[in-house]
Design a protein around this ligand. Structure first.
Ligand SMILES: NC(=O)c1ccc[n+]([C@@H]2O[C@H](COP(=O)([O-])OP(=O)(O)OC[C@H]3O[C@@H](n4cnc5c(N)ncnc54)[C@H](O)[C@@H]3O)[C@@H](O)[C@H]2O)c1
Length: 398
């Protein structure tokens, strides 16, 4: 059998000093089975074309994402883009995503899903009725150790979950960086471009997603405090949310961008009735399990054995262990996590290409419902915070 053709990917955003487009394009190319083939890289049409002409390898440049999607939709399957990746600021997620879904082109969209819950509702409806694959780029789900943590917690190896502390702490917005015109700070602190929450939308949504993915538990109620430490800033730069989880557990979802010196301190502690698990993305190759009256167990990616007295022998664990990774001790990181998400998304896109409709189940990457939940969480936190942290219930999905 001949090797399959690489999937063709289109970028929406990514020109001139863009940040997250680069990790995406690198991890798209990780396996040789996907390649960036086209892009609409900037909001200005002439700049978009010029940036595409200067891209480090040949791609087809478009003047706008609308032109790219409309043009690609006219091509026969097999020739057109297999999926697009949306790496623009938050206010330019909804429109390209909806256009692509309507054109039958799968979407890998950056987080947060969009600007507000109204847009999120429309995207959920469009994805469900079309069966077009849709991923949300919650990067840290792609760490092998995050997947092991999910297995451990959902297998009940820590007992019943009592408490979760999920955090994402940074320091890069501890001063008014946006006043210097710095690109990433400028749009992230502008409510029209970022949405109703700054820090919460930008990184609090990652902390929420880690909590939900690892525990499988949904937040039912929040008591939130959205605070702004830097004078004159329009959005929160510090986000603290006490949560009730289904089944009676409690959690803290917290994020900050004003803790000087801290970089990307995303991590999670899950405490159950039998033990506690801790994981940190700045040291992502290991996961620590603490059991009562026993020495701590440190599990390294790729170097675990089922049936060790804690991890049982079962098929789900076998599947995790069978996943191809480089041998333990050769460190995996941020790009590997991104690549794992694209790799799983590729499987769904190929399925879609073969047989039409695919429902993304959220097992291997965040789906549109996860994106919706992030937006619902932000809306509920904004409501609670405006009432001085009053307990506020999460809405039900449409
Ligand atoms: N998953 C993660 O870990 C992660 C990390 C960083 C950023 N993000 C998300 O990625 C998105 C982009 O963030 P960033 O920091 O890379 O921003 P950025 O400012 O570095 O890049 C945005 C890019 O979008 C382009 N752009 C803006 N409007 C456009 C339009 N109408 N058409 C085409 N291109 C347009 C800009 O020219 C720029 O190239 C945000 O939604 C952010 O929340 C996710």
């Amino acid at each position: 059998m001949a090797s399959p053709q690489p999937l063709k990917v289109g970028l929406v955003g990514g020109g001139k000093g863009a940040f997250i487009a680069q990790p995406h394009q690198r991890s798209i190319h990780f396996d040789g089975t996907r390649r960036v083939a086209a892009a609409a890289l900037m909001p200005d049409p002439a700049e978009a074309i010029e940036e595409a002409a200067n891209w480090p390898y040949p791609i087809r440049g478009y003047a706008s994402y609308a032109e790219m999607i409309d043009d690609q939709a006219t091509l026969p399957k097999g020739e057109r883009l297999d999926y697009i990746v949306i790496v623009t600021p938050n206010h330019v997620h909804f429109d390209p995503a909806l256009r692509a879904i309507k054109a039958g082109i799968p979407v890998f969209c950056e987080k947060p899903l969009c600007l507000d819950i109204k847009e999120a509702n429309q995207l959920v409806k469009a994805v469900r009725s079309s069966g077009v694959p849709f991923a949300v780029a919650h990067t840290y789900l792609g760490h092998w150790t995050t997947r092991l943590a999910r297995y451990i917690v959902q297998k009940g190896l820590l007992g019943d979950v009592r408490w979760v502390d999920s955090r994402y702490i940074q320091g890069w917005l501890a001063s008014k960086l946006e006043a210097t015109g710095q690109q990433q700070a400028s749009w992230r602190t502008n409510p029209k471009l970022a949405g109703g929450s700054g820090c919460g939308g930008d990184i609090g949504t990652h902390a929420l997603m880690q909590l939900r993915y690892i525990t499988g538990l949904e937040v039912t109620d929040v008591s939130a405090h959205l605070e702004t430490f830097v004078e004159g800033r329009a959005l929160d730069d510090h986000f603290t949310v006490y949560c009730k989880l289904e089944g009676g557990a409690k959690a803290l979802v917290r994020a900050s961008q004003v803790c000087i010196g801290l970089k990307n301190d995303l991590g999670i502690t899950v405490a159950g009735t039998k033990g506690t698990l801790t994981w940190s993305q700045e040291d992502p190759e290991k996961l620590v399990v603490h059991l009562a009256d026993q020495p701590d167990r440190v599990y390294w990616r790729g170097a675990i054995a089922a049936g060790d007295g804690f991890l049982p022998k079962d098929k789900k664990l076998d599947a995790l262990l069978a996943e191809p990774t480089i041998p333990a001790g050769h460190p995996e990181g941020f790009h590997d996590a991104f690549a794992r998400l694209h790799r799983f998304f590729e499987q769904d896109v190929r399925k879609y290409n073969r047989r039409g409709k695919v429902a993304c189940d959220g097992v291997n990457y965040a789906n549109v419902e996860d994106g919706w939940t992030g937006m619902a969480f932000l809306a509920t936190c904004l409501k609670s915070s405006s009432k001085k942290g009053a307990w506020t219930a999460m809405p039900k999905m449409v």
